[in-house]
Design a binder for this molecule. Sequence first.
Ligand code: DOR
Ligand code: ZN
Length: 353
Amino acid sequence: MSESIAPKSPPDSLTITRPDDWHLHVRDGEALTTVVPHTAAQFGRAVIMPNLKPPVTTAAQAQAYRSRIAAAVPPGVAFEPLMTLYLTDMLPSDEIARAKDAGVVACKLYPAGATTNSDAGVTDVRKTYRTLEAMQRAGLLLLVHGEVTSPDIDVFDREAVFIEQQLIPLRRDFPELKIVFEHITTREAAQYVHSAGPFTAATITAHHLLYNRNALFLGGMRPHYYCLPVLKRELHRQALVDAATSGVSRFFLGTDSAPHPAQLKEHASGCAGCYTAHAAMELYAQAFDAAGALDKLEGFASFFGADFYGLPRNTGHITMRRQSWTPPASFAFGAAELKPLASGEALQWQLQA
Ligand code: DOR
Ligand code: ZN
């Protein structure tokens, strides 16, 4: 009699090293008191994006911003914000040494006009070369919003065109600058990062793993699924799932959780950004579970980012259980309301307190 091999049933509980979020927007002021506790409940550290109004462009501003974020961390919770500067055409190269001394880990390159609060961004990357040289020397990372901004280029093609026009030349000119291609959304980007060598990595959001562009239009226009780079076709989502679950250490977690007041998303010219910090690890667990790859989540969420940044891995743990729960449909957000992604829908995994 041949022995039957029962299919291994997926686990109902998952304990992993405490993860980090390598791409996060927390805004400022009163908003911090809503969103920082959500992230701090899940992650040990988060890389904080500098696209405030006005942007964070000096070491002193980054330190002051870090203090405001730290003040919003609930008592008894260990959470470390990792600060970044906003790269502009004029960011002086001597600010990089001050930034390094202040513990700033990276600069963020927003092509001018590419996304939320990117007006002060880079108009021509060659204008930043002296500053990039200083970053390469100091070991600061360059985090890239990888989309061209030309109105002639279709919005769904802007990431792929950016690779050819901007990223390949940049990579060639700064061979030892660590570059993170942030929130990649296409097969082209995943292939590029696979082949680009040890100094290039990518973050991947939970929403780009879970949804394709149909989500924007399911039953009507759904502004809470609108982010930049915008959701793409299913073949791209599958390429991202393959990359995230590949075990290749240059793909790691970055939520790009980006809170906006609900009335500015449900608007004639709605803001780009999906809020996922309230259930970030649960959303990633759902995506990895659907791919049959829960065993790959810990590397992606807890090890690879720290290794690429040259920081120690976290030591604590988190546990998630497979149990259906429905997060709140909205949160208070200053005087406004904040509606998370998949608002009002049940999730299959839940973080244990
Ligand atoms: O969807 C996005 N929202 N993409 C970005 O690049 C910026 C972010 C934000 O700050 O709202
Ligand atoms: Zn972002």
